[in-house]
Design a protein around this ligand. Structure first.
Ligand code: ATP
Ligand code: MG
Length: 568
């Protein structure tokens, strides 16, 4: 490709709404352009990268035995009524009507559509197992679209759905998909981790996420410093930090604590460690309000709380009026003594003694509180965020944290959708049976942003070789005027093209400095600079985008030198 025959429009300024590096660089390099909130156009340059990612995904999915297909983006509302998922997806669903005022959604995911396809196509166990996939556009009306294509509203996902006669077969395909996902991200060239995950609105039993490790990642990944354990913070089990509850030593005392509202203020005021205090949070329950209690220095884990059977979903904190009704005080003074509602305590809290809590009277706290003697709880659950330094739940080492970008999520759904939509097969005994199902999502557009987030420097993008828009950039100095430079550049360009290398020759009439900084920004892995001065010595200058170190290579060997670099 010659730049004059291509579309290359770079920008110096960083767009104002671009908070993270990948978003900034994608705009500056001209990979994407914003159309509206969460809506982006992919330029021909961006498309070259996107297609490489797609092709790697496609090859690995095919190799894993999945079958490519394509489903419509627009889905009839009735399908979503069958599974009752409209409420789960809430505001993320983009509703549309046709001219006859029939209702549709622009698909955020395709469990309903594939299950409808399968219930009509598959009726015998002999057709199982089977795994379908597509690479297709989704729409989710995200509350806060941000970070460019990292969290956009319209995006491309690879979604696969497998169907099975039994859970054993599901488990097998799940493992095959897990391996395929690892292969894909390795081939793309990114550092990643596979972690235990919460199943969220998709539902089902087991699930794991694939995270590209990057400081700007929205997710916290907890992992053992010594063992194999790794989980999304949303899911990471938090163990009790106190092995056995000690016996009560203090009596309950009521203390006047005016204007002391936060845990920090309480522990300052009372001169106790925050680990000696508890936080009582009131939320809406399925059967009246529920109190969720964590240690003062711990955070409530909203995903775990939302998953409790007694808690109404989606999780909702009671407002000040409701708190007054239930506890008789302001939010800052709620406590567990004589609190008339269902009380769920965290594992650590259940083992605390002589603790401090609100007195259920505005501006008062209680010290010397002890379970059984002064208050009772109805249940002990894991409801807090695990913290760095906690023992790893598998007993090996302690937890550390890394930031991750979720690029993939694999689920064992079981029969949730097949039962709801009556997707059944006849088994070997001729009896009708609901199919077991798995689903496997991967963010294709997000993967490109994640790759940049992990591979850049202050000058621009450093593409991993397998997804670079071009393998080699030829940057001639004075191409327009020096016949010798032009010939050397054209010769190398043709030679590399004949070898099947994706090469871009910058034949624009621009200043050398401008050209160099453009290609630093664009991140082409191998760059050759051709100028009269080096040609005098029969040399060509080579620079690797990784470290920008420049080497002089003889004109006679430059082609084989580049071939070797590319194949390395
Ligand atoms: P997140 O927690 O980031 O919102 P999710 O759990 O909603 O993701 P899934 O429903 O599992 O995501 O979708 C599969 C994949 O699609 C995700 O792993 C992610 O890579 C991608 N994806 C999801 N939402 C978006 C989005 N708004 N923009 C770009 N990619 C997305
Ligand atoms: Mg989401």
């Amino acid at each position: 490709m010659r730049t004059t025959a291509f579309h290359l429009v770079t920008r110096k300024e960083t767009p104002q709404d671009a908070e993270i590096v990948s978003h900034q660089l994608m705009i500056r390099a001209g990979l994407i352009r914003k159309l509206g909130a969460g809506l982006y156009t992919w330029s021909p340059l961006g498309m070259r990268v996107l297609q490489k990612v797609e092709n790697i995904i496609r090859e690995e999915m095919n190799a894993a035995g999945a079958l490519e297909m394509l489903m419509p983006a627009v889905q009839p509302k009735e399908l979503w009524e069958e599974t009752g998922r409209i409420a789960d997806f809430g505001g993320q669903l983009l509703a549309i009507q046709d001219r006859a005022e029939r209702d549709y959604f622009f698909g955020p995911t395709h469990e309903e559509v594939i299950t409808d396809f399968v219930r009509n196509e598959i009726n015998s166990y002999k057709q199982l197992p089977i795994n379908f996939y597509q690479i297709q556009t989704k729409f989710r009306d995200e509350i806060r679209p941000r970070f460019g294509v990292m969290r956009s509203r319209e995006f491309i996902m690879k979604d696969a759905y497998s169907f099975h006669l039994d859970t054993e077969s599901l488990e097998q395909t799940y493992q095959v998909m897990k391996q395929a996902y690892s292969n894909i991200i390795k081939r793309i060239g990114l550092d990643f981790r596979c972690v235990l995950a919460d199943s969220g609105a998709i539902g089902g039993s087991g699930s794991q996420e694939f995270h590209v490790i990057a400081d700007s990642g929205e997710d916290a990944i907890m992992y053992s410093d010594q063992g194999e354990y790794a989980a999304n913070l949303e899911k990471c089990e938090a163990v009790s930090l106190i092995d056995n509850r000690n016996t009560a030593e203090q009596d309950v005392k009521k203390v006047h604590t005016p204007e002391v509202k936060t845990i920090e203020a309480v522990s300052d005021f009372l001169k106790v460690e925050s680990t000696q205090t508890i936080k009582t949070l009131l939320v809406a329950g399925v059967d009246g309000p529920v109190a969720l209690v964590v240690r003062g220095d711990h955070n409530l884990n909203e995903v775990k709380a939302n998953n409790l059977a007694c808690v109404a979903s989606p999780l909702r904190m009671l407002n000040d009026d409701e708190i007054k009704q239930v506890a008789g005080c302001d939010a800052g003074s709620i406590g567990v003594k004589d609190l008339n509602c269902h009380i769920v305590v965290d594992r650590t809290v259940a083992n605390m003694n002589d603790f401090v809590c609100g007195a259920n009277e505005t501006d008062y706290h209680l010290t010397g509180m002890n379970w059984d003697r002064d208050a009772v709880y109805q249940a002990v659950e894991d409801i807090r965020d695990a913290q760095v330094g906690d023992p790893s739940p598998d007993g090996v080492g302690v937890l550390k944290v890394a930031r991750g970008i979720e690029v993939g999520h694999i689920f064992q759904l079981g029969s949730k959708y097949s039962k709801a939509m009556n997707a059944v097969v006849l088994n070997e005994q001729g009896k009708s049976q609901a199919m077991e199902m798995g689903c496997y999502g991967m963010g294709v557009t997000r993967m490109v942003a994640a790759a940049i987030e992990q591979n850049h420097d202050d000058k621009g993008i450093i593409w991993p070789a397998n997804i670079a828009p071009f393998g080699v950039a030829i940057l001639p100095m004075n191409y327009q005027k020096s016949e010798r430079v032009k010939r050397a550049a054209d010769d190398l360009y043709e030679a590399l093209q004949a070898q099947g290398i994706e090469v871009i020759l910058d034949d624009r009439k621009v200043r050398p400095g401008f050209m160099m900084s453009d290609f630093e920004l664009l991140g082409v892995p191998h760059q050759v600079i051709i100028g009269d001065r080096s040609l005098d010595e029969n040399n060509i200058e080579y620079r690797s985008r990784i470290n920008m170190a420049s080497e002089k290579i003889s004109r006679d060997t430059i082609e084989s030198f580049l071939m070797e670099k590319i194949q390395a």
